[in-house]
Design a protein around this ligand. Structure first.
Ligand code: ADP
Ligand code: SF4
Length: 695
């Protein structure tokens, strides 16, 4: 197929300082939870993106010195030459496919733990560190500033030696970077030439930009990542100040990488913003500088990308999440296969990897993070080892992904779904307004399956044991999902010890299917992720009085990691939802709920009409056990295996469901070490195989 004419502009080369990128697809620096701890995992992941057509592929933030130690987070480091092999590994993978490699050097100032280095943190002015562990950052004196400039220069030279093409000076993402802390009034109370006026607050960043250009500018492009707005009004970086800064530094860097702060506004969850949401903040930049500008906006539509360039908003289409969800996005556009793009849903499961310090995963892309350790490629999959046929029961995210991946392997697959539409929990959950865009999980897969000659898919086809035996597929995958419990059993209520007036109870699924309770609803959230607050938001929007109760000290606590937390808190308060934390349930009576303080057991009565418990789920595995019970009939019907997968096996996130479906398809007929089904990395292994790596 041919590329669409109006997308051609996305494939025009562009000069960035002394380097030229082959196209306009630019993977901006993004964290991944792999970094220095799982370097092969990280390098392969970046290499696959280069293979997928991204013209530029950058690292995550890379600490330049042990005073900027983010332990336990797993990011890149460039403290001395012993870190170089990790970088070389990645650079080689990126260069192999003709992409430019960029590195985002950083000192995190007061936003560090220094748990590993045990060195005092640095800041423009004395202040507590962001770790909130009773530790202060030291206000930097002039000598410290001189030394800091040396560290940056040395890191830039090391980056050049390693082979990077683009070297970043980084002042963005709110409190996260020392150079931004110098620029921002609220962190910089200095009275010398590095504090006070805007010119003074920008001085350090200017010096480091000039030092970097002086040190490596002949060979490497120097990029400046700058957040033009913190969305805090005059209290933070705001448009007037940002315009002055872009004006004063306009021609200093070779590339402007611009965004909004903090990270939760930059990687805005789809629940709170649409594609291209940053345009209104960053569009002024191109009017001030002649240097190329890159920006992000969860871009997945090539038409919108082309329009960004045609309208002079951006020169390069920056992407973190869209490149994670589909590393082959550029190639698909180039080959006229835009309809095959696996679009990011904006759930931010990927950002949790950085926060929780594990290798990143993606809801849409099950191969993300598995490129090296399992050898999973997003576009290639081993062909079937046999002519076996497969029946997949259940068309939720697990069943859909299993069917797609099995079909890609060229197996003949029958997919049977009881409801009148595919999608399972995704179909239900996206009936809640806030989660609308997550429907892409089902849409991508149903659209990819629509013309497959080796797939028969049926809706309104509830399977029972007889139907399964009769169909006689060689392998049966039970992807029949799970259901939310009504008995409150969860993290807080471990035993079924709460007296419950059953007619008061409504399940989350019933709300999703359109059952609207009356008057006053109490949602009991012991799940702590998105669903409790999404239900509260939906019901409050419908005009109901909503009380959200949780045994945790905060609502939706896990969403800290998906960057939804602050947005959720604001939204719930805007909608007038009553929030009660640190409470379990003592009893649910007719028209009331008695809450119980988790610390001292003090009771509190709330009069409500309905209770929606979001505590835990039960696997829908009855059918699986019924089929097992008739094992003696399998052989006559051609059945070789019956396997539970996804939520039917172990309820989890949508990301886990998609992953489970993919894993089933990958592993079928393959020799897999079930005990440890992935390759591991450790220092010994690295020390042995990398020249120059010191153990
Ligand atoms: P998962 O997240 O593992 O995909 P879901 O709950 O999203 O699980 O999806 C399970 C799907 O299985 C639902 O769409 C449900 O309608 C379907 N299902 C459950 N039991 C049967 C059955 N006996 N026959 C066909 N489909 C079924
Ligand atoms: Fe997008 Fe979610 Fe994947 Fe992140 S995890 S890239 S937000 S689909």
């Amino acid at each position: 197929m041919e590329m669409e004419k109006n997308h051609k502009i996305l494939f025009e080369p562009l000069k960035i300082g002394p380097k030229t990128t082959k196209n306009r697809f630019y993977q901006v620096p993004h964290c991944n939870g792999m970094g220095h701890r799982w370097p092969r995992t990280m390098a392969e992941m970046r290499g696959v993106k280069a293979e997928g057509g991204w013209g530029v592929v950058c690292t995550e933030e890379c600490s330049i010195h042990p005073t900027s130690d983010l332990t336990p987070a797993t990011l890149m480091r460039l403290w001395d030459d012993s870190d170089l092999p990790v970088h070389e590994l990645m650079i080689n993978k990126v260069h192999e496919h003709g992409a430019l490699a960029g590195i985002q050097l950083v000192h995190n100032g007061q936003s560090v733990s220094n748990y590993l280095s045990r060195m005092p943190a640095l800041a423009p002015s004395p202040c507590p560190t962001e770790t909130a562990n009773s530790t202060q950052a030291r206000g930097m004196d002039k000598e410290d500033i001189k030394v800091l400039r040396r560290w940056f220069r040395e890191a830039a030279i090391r980056s050049q030696r390693a082979g990077y093409d683009i070297i970043y000076v980084y002042a963005a993402h709110g409190i996260m970077t020392l150079l931004y802390q110098f620029i921002l009034k609220r962190y910089n109370q200095r009275t010398d030439e590095y504090g006070g006026s805007l010119e003074n607050r920008v001085r350090l960043v200017r010096e480091i930009l000039e030092d970097t250009k002086d040190a490596v500018g002949q060979d490497c492009a120097v990029a400046f990542r700058f957040a033009v707005d913190e969305l805090l009004g005059e209290d933070g970086m705001h448009p007037a100040e940002a315009e002055d800064i872009v004006g004063t530094l306009a021609e200093v860097p070779d590339l402007w990488d611009v965004n909004v702060a903090d990270w939760g506004n930059d990687s805005l969850p789809s629940r709170f913003g649409v594609e291209g949401a940053q345009e209104k903040y960053i569009k002024f930049v191109k009017g001030i500088t002649t240097k190329p500008v890159v920006g992000v906006g969860r871009f997945t539509s090539p038409d919108i990308m082309a329009s960004q360039i045609n309208r002079g908003v951006l020169d390069l289409i920056g992407a973190a999440r869209p490149s994670i969800a589909d590393p082959f996005l550029p190639k698909k556009i180039q080959e006229g296969r835009s309809n095959e793009i696996r679009e990011c849903i904006g759930c931010n499961m990927c950002t949790t990897g950085d926060y929780v310090a594990y290798p990143m995963r993606c809801t849409q892309n099950p191969t993300m993070g598995e490129e090296w350790r399992k050898g999973w490629h997003p576009e290639k999959i081993p062909l079937a080892k046999s002519k076996d046929t497969i029946l997949v029961v259940g068309g939720g995210p697990t069943g859909l992904e299993a069917t797609l991946a099995l079909s890609n392997r060229s197996y003949d697959v029958t997919l049977a779904e009881a409801r009148n539409e595919m999608g399972g929990r995704v179909l239900s959950e996206t009936k809640l307004g806030p989660l609308r865009q997550w429907k892409r999980v089902a849409d991508y897969r149903t659209s990819m399956l629509s013309n497959r000659s080796n797939v028969d898919s049926f809706t309104q086809s509830k399977m029972d044991v007889d139907a399964i035996l009769e169909l006689g597929a060689n392998h049966v995958a039970m992807a029949t999902g799970s259901k939310w419990r009504l008995d409150l059993l969860g993290i807080h209520h471990r035993f079924k010890d709460v007296k419950i007036h059953a007619p008061m109870m409504i399940s989350p699924e019933q709300i999703m299917l359109g059952h609207t309770p009356t008057d006053h609803v109490l949602i009991f959230d012991d799940d702590h992720y998105y669903l409790g607050s999404a239900l509260a938001e939906q019901l409050a929007e419908l005009g109901l009085k909503v009380t959200l109760v949780t045994p945790a000290p905060e609502v939706s606590g896990w969403t800290h990691f998906s960057l939804e937390y602050e947005h959720i808190q604001i939204k719930l308060r805007e909608l007038g939802v009553t929030i009660i934390c640190n409470h379990g349930i003592a009893q649910i009576g007719d028209g009331f709920v008695d809450l119980s303080c988790v610390f001292v057991g003090t009771k509190q009565r709330v009069e409500v009409n309905t209770v929606v418990p979001v505590t835990s789920r039960i696997s829908q595995d009855d059918l699986y056990y019924k089929v097992l019970a008739r094992r003696q009939e399998w052989q006559d019907n051609g059945i070789k295996s019956v396997t539970r997968i996804g939520d039917c096996y172990a309820p989890g996130t949508i990301a886990m469901a998609v992953y489970a479906g993919h894993e089933f398809a990958r592993n079928l007929d393959m020799p897999i070490n079930a005990d440890i089904p992935f390759r591991r990395e450790n220092d010994f292994e690295l020390g042995r195989s990398w020249q120059g790596f010191k153990t």
